[in-house]
Design a protein around this ligand. Structure first.
Ligand code: ATP
Ligand code: MG
Length: 478
């Protein structure tokens, strides 16, 4: 039950509101109580002082208790408090309570003692007799440091506490109302907040069950909205990856099936028919060719998957020298096909610190395509130059060119413009995909600079200078 955000949020908010209201209430009540008590005390003291002045004239003249009591009574009526006047011997000389009063008795109280010593006395106490809290104040009756007695005033605190109780009640009611109101709001807010999370959970669950075609409507642009947006992107990627994988497996099976089917037919023919040795040799040559294709295909596939797993060993090398090396290896093939090869390699190409083997693979693939798809009599050109922030290498040919609509797909696995021609030429359609994988890995770009059908095409790739070694380091290395 407590593992729901909505419930936890509601309880937390309610507790927070209750705690804040309780703390505020306690502080407020305390302040109010102090305020009421001190204003009541001030009131009593003010009246006490006035009474003391009045009593002084009577006490000087030794007035009788009846007169003193009626003066006490008149002050008592003004402030609704009991007023008693005592002699310096603490004898009650006048009491506003006539019947059952303290007239004639001694008032032995510490507050009276305070007043007789010239100080204001004060106390709050619970009166069992009247069953209420009372505030008692004493004021000295004196003249030129001579004490004539003291005035004792006692007022009920019931009205003060009644007021405080009313305020307390009001605060409890307003706290409960605020909690009720806030609780409703929090539930509503929590519902709105958790609704998209619930939806997200549902959709994620569906994805986990294999239904990958999921999309969440984005209704807000807050954190949850952004989470939903990222989720949609992720869902689209998962779906795309899944589609790629399915297509890839289909393509691989298809590519494997064609040479395997040829081998199978050849083997069956060899088994079923009587053949002359020359005929048998021809069949065996076909089997050999198809097996070679299978080996190339599997090698290319391995290359693609392995590239994703292990990075090749990086070394410092000169791009110019590496290009010369690659051209030296390919030139016999170029010559054999009756092509001419030009090169335009700029001076001062930087040293690279990447895998030379990977870069060679890119160059071999691009040159292999240029040779493969250019008819004899044509020419090829390889160029390399240092541009701002990157090195660009281009491989140009005068071959069959690439139709415009095929260009965006060239770097996809198994893509071939003309399947039968490429297959006939021994291509699996993985070469450019491998090149892209390598160039992407080093942060460069690869693409077709220009291409015209039957006129030729120019492929290029770039490598950022941050994979090169700067010139001052060059001297140390060489
Ligand atoms: N220089 C080019 N001229 C014309 N078409 C090209 C050229 N380079 C690539 N292509 C087209 O692009 C396709 C993909 O090239 P890619 O190098 O990936 O595969 P492939 O050469 O057919 O096979 P592989 O390189 O795996 O042996 C080719 O089949 C071809 O149709
Ligand atoms: Mg190729």
């Amino acid at each position: 039950m407590f593992n729901s955000i909505r419930l936890r949020m509601t309880i937390t908010y309610l507790l927070l509101i209750a705690a804040v209201m309780l703390a505020t209430g306690l502080v407020l009540l305390n302040v109010l109580e102090n305020y009421y008590l001190s204003s009541e005390e001030e009131n009593l003291q003010r009246t006490g002082r006035l009474a003391a002045e009045s009593f002084l004239t009577y006490l000087r003249e030794d007035s009788d208790p009846v007169l003193l009591s009626s003066v006490a009574e008149s002050f008592s009526r003004q402030i609704n408090a009991r007023v008693i006047v005592v002699s310096p011997q603490k004898l009650v000389l006048g009491d506003s309570v006539r019947i059952g009063g303290l007239l004639g008795s001694r008032l032995e109280r510490s507050e009276v003692q305070d007043a007789l010593e010239g100080r204001m006395g004060r106390s709050i106490q619970y009166s069992k007799l009247s069953d209420q809290w009372v505030l008692q104040v004493t004021v000295p009756v004196e003249e030129h440091d001579t004490s004539f007695g003291a005035v004792f005033l006692s007022a009920s605190l019931a009205p003060v506490y009644e007021n405080l109780t009313a305020i307390r009640r009001f605060m409890v009611v307003s706290t409960l109302t605020a909690m009720l109101f806030a609780g409703g709001l929090v539930i509503l807010f929590a519902h709105r907040l958790t609704k998209p999370i619930k939806e997200l959970t549902g959709v994620a669950q569906q994805m986990a069950e294999g239904k990958l075609d999921q999309n969440i409507p984005i209704t807000t642009d807050d954190e949850i909205g952004r989470l939903a947006q990222q989720f949609n992107i992720m869902a689209a990627r998962v779906k795309e990856t899944n589609q790629h994988l399915t297509r890839f497996v289909g393509d691989v099976s298809h590519e494997l099936r064609t040479p395997l089917a040829s081998i199978h037919i050849c083997l069956q023919s060899l088994e079923d028919y009587e053949m002359k040795p020359e005929e048998q040799k021809e069949f065996l040559q076909d089997i050999n060719k198809e097996t070679e294709r299978l080996i190339y295909l599997v090698e290319d596939l391995l290359e693609l998957t392995r590239r994703q797993e292990v990075g090749e060993k990086s070394e410092i090398f000169s791009l110019g020298e590496l290009l010369e090396e690659v051209l030296e290896v390919t030139s016999p093939r170029v010559k054999r096909k009756g092509l001419t090869l030009f090169k335009e390699i700029s001076e001062g190409l930087p040293l690279f610190f990447i895998s030379p083997e990977a870069l060679k693979r890119v160059l071999f693939n691009l040159l292999d395509n240029a040779i493969k798809y250019t008819p004899s009599g044509g020419w090829l050109k390889i160029a390399a130059e240092n541009r701002a922030g990157e090195v660009i290498v281009t491989v140009q040919d005068t071959g069959c060119g690439i139709p415009e609509e095929a260009i965006p797909h060239l770097f996809e696995r198994f893509f071939r413009v003309d399947k039968s021609r490429s297959r006939y030429l021994g291509g699996t359609g993985l070469g450019l995909a491998i090149c892209k994988e390598i160039i992407d890995h080093y942060g460069g770009q690869i693409g077709v600079e220009e291409s015209q059908e039957d006129k030729g095409s120019t492929f290029f790739f770039t490598l950022p200078v941050d994979v090169t070694i700067q010139a001052d380091y060059e001297e140390d290395v060489i």
